[in-house]
Ligand binder design. Structure first.
Ligand code: PHE
Length: 342
């Protein structure tokens, strides 16, 4: 009889191990260990056995019960953790699932340069000013000491707006500003009118237009930043110190700047300024000078009382130098392979 019992246990353990799910296991537990199980039935026959046999069969029964109980507990643990895994998998939220597919964007290199420039000048105590891209002839030229027939107007290849196309709305000649210098005039007039200056310390970054064909070093639409300072006793030394400070703040302490005499109608004296490149060569960056007395006068300021300096340079060109970009057109073709590098 002991053999039968241990065979029962063997079969039971095998069936428990094969139980497909928790419900099936529960059924099986009742069948193998419950009141109506074979084990219980065998136990009931024990009273008819002699003491010696009863001992052996009793031991076999206990052993069988223990084995079956352990098998059931073991299988239950297995099935429960499998069920938990299935549930976790079903409820899983993959928070990284979009990271691989969509790349996160960032500001365009020109925008980054523009913002960096603003930061540097704001750090030096300047305010940021702006003006319209569609300008009047007066702000773009006349107020800047360039009367209508001034020969130096040809320095700027200007895109004029067709007054016929504007249905006579424009009383004045309109154009796309060729530089950010008109913001100088707008700022001085606003300062006088609203009474907040001079002193005036502003930078004016913005988009400008010239009738030019795009090539590696020119774009018909590009960006400049204008600087204007009007205060008492401002000298050329302040201008040169400001350009040097900016150069070091933007490019690093080992770069330097220089000024070369030049001509602009709105500054006197005028200069062009360069920065020393990574390999020691000089790179032309922009124009500058002391604000011409006629410009101060046009904007309602007395040149006997106020002096100032102004400078202007290309943001695109600055980014080109800083990032060793070969061709300015790369900035506007929107090639991901180019833009992703910044
Ligand atoms: N506006 C000039 C240009 O576009 C640059 C400049 C600005 C020169 C301010 C002198 C002073 O070429």
């Amino acid at each position: 009889m002991s053999d039968e019992v241990s065979q029962l246990a063997d079969e039971g353990v095998a069936r428990v191990a094969a139980a497909a799910d928790l419900d099936a296991l529960h059924e099986l537990e009742l069948e193998l260990l419950g009141k109506r199980s074979r084990l219980t039935a065998v136990k009931a026959t024990m009273r008819d056995l002699d003491p010696e046999q009863r001992k052996t069969v009793g031991a076999a029964l206990n052993a069988a019960r223990t084995r079956l109980e352990e098998a059931v507990t073991g299988r239950r643990t297995e099935l429960e953790s499998a069920a938990r895994r299935v549930q976790l998998e079903a409820e899983r939220l993959d928070l990284t699932e979009h990271l691989g597919r969509a790349t996160v964007g960032h500001a365009h290199p020109i925008t980054q340069t523009w913002e960096r420039l603003e930061d540097v000048f704001v750090g030096m105590g300047y305010r940021v000013a702006d003006g319209p891209e569609v300008e009047t002839d007066w702000f773009n030229f006349e107020a800047l000491n360039l009367p209508p027939s001034h020969p130096a107007r040809s320095l700027w290849d200007t895109l004029y707006l067709d007054p016929a196309g504007l249905d006579g709305v424009a009383a004045e000649q309109l154009l796309l500003r060729t530089h950010t210098s008109p913001v100088q005039a707008r700022t001085m007039l606003a300062a006088v009118r609203d009474g907040w200056g001079p002193p005036i310390y502003v930078v004016c970054p913005g988009r400008v237009y010239r009738r030019d064909t795009a090539d590696a070093t020119h774009l018909p639409v590009f960006h400049q930043v204008e600087g204007l300072v009007v205060d008492r006793g401002i000298t050329m030394g302040d201008l040169s110190g400001t350009i040097e400070t900016f150069t070091k703040a933007y490019f690093g302490a080992d770069l330097t700047s220089r000024m070369r005499p030049s001509y602009f109608p709105f500054t006197e004296p005028s200069a062009e300024f360069d920065i020393s490149g990574p390999d020691g060569e000089w790179l032309e960056l922009g124009g500058c000078g002391m604000v011409h007395p006629n410009v101060l006068r046009s904007c309602g300021l007395d040149p006997e009382e106020w002096t100032g300096f102004a400078f202007g340079f290309g943001i695109d060109r600055l980014a080109k130098v800083r990032h060793h970009v070969e061709d300015l057109r790369d900035f506007i073709t929107n090639d991901q392979r180019f833009l992703e590098q910044f």
